[in-house]
Design a protein. Structure first.
Length: 75
């Protein structure tokens, strides 16, 4: 039973690692405000952009593959 959990966890790590290598930028909305100028509404939205380093994605992918191998291996 524990090997199934390790396999699922490893697959998630591998998936997130590959996703971080393919698309390392994450955009999140930071602030949104509305202004009214001459009866016109203007929406101002700022975004926070986080760039993940390439070694973080590589580390997640390699560790995910290792955890999958540990989960598949029979004791």
């Amino acid at each position: 039973m524990a090997s199934r959990g390790l396999t699922i966890t490893g697959a998630l790590f591998l998936l997130f690692g590959v996703a971080a290598l393919i698309h390392p930028r994450i955009e999140m909305p930071a602030h949104k405000s509305e202004l009214e100028i001459n009866s016109q509404k203007v929406i101002l939205e700022t975004r926070r952009i986080v760039t993940l380093p390439w070694f973080f994605g590589g580390f997640l992918a390699v560790s995910g593959a290792a955890v999958i191998l540990l989960g598949v291996r029979k004791p």
